[in-house]
Write a protein that binds this ligand. Structure first.
Ligand code: DGT
Length: 138
């Protein structure tokens, strides 16, 4: 059987931290994975670096001016014919207070709370690694 190759889409997300909490947003109705809790971010557009794409997405989705920190880890996932390569950046500093511009709701959650939420499979399968990447002394 000939396998159909997925088209790969690069996605950037922010691990936006305040103390031991992370910011997650509930994906809006009308988008894929509606109702699931995601790390804010989105697809990299043409002529953007990953960091520029993430800064733009955080401005558009949360109305904050973010300083994009280090790349913490990457993951891959396929949804049917589409594959995503997802890059997770740490974000520790920003200007403004995150606003619900794009998501249905925003929440600051502890790792334990995050484990109980419905999150995209792309994130669920590497959640332990995502959380471990945030430990200050590895
Ligand atoms: P779509 O997927 O065609 O409905 O388009 P958008 O605009 O809702 O998708 P966007 O720009 O958020 O693209 C991110 C893609 O990556 C989307 O297919 C969902 C997937 N994804 C998986 N985990 C995450 C995550 O933690 N954050 C974000 N932003 N996207 C994630």
């Amino acid at each position: 059987m000939a396998l159909k190759r997925p088209t790969w889409i690069p996605v950037v997300t922010g691990l936006i931290r305040k103390g031991d909490k992370l910011l997650v947003g509930q994906r809006p109705v009308g988008h894929s994975l509606a109702g699931q809790w995601e790390f804010p971010g989105g697809k990299i557009e043409k002529n953007e670096t990953p960091e520029q794409a993430l800064a733009r997405e955080l401005q558009e989705e949360l109305a904050i001016e973010a300083e994009i920190g280090p790349l913490k880890l990457a993951g891959t996932h396929t949804y049917g014919d589409t594959g995503i390569v997802i890059l997770f950046y740490e974000v520790l500093f920003w200007k403004g207070e995150p606003k619900t511009v794009h998501h249905m709701e925003l929440r600051w959650v502890t790792p334990e709370e995050l484990k109980k939420l419905s999150i995209p499979d792309a994130n669920k399968k590497i959640l332990d690694r995502i959380l471990a990447s945030l430990h200050p002394h590895e």
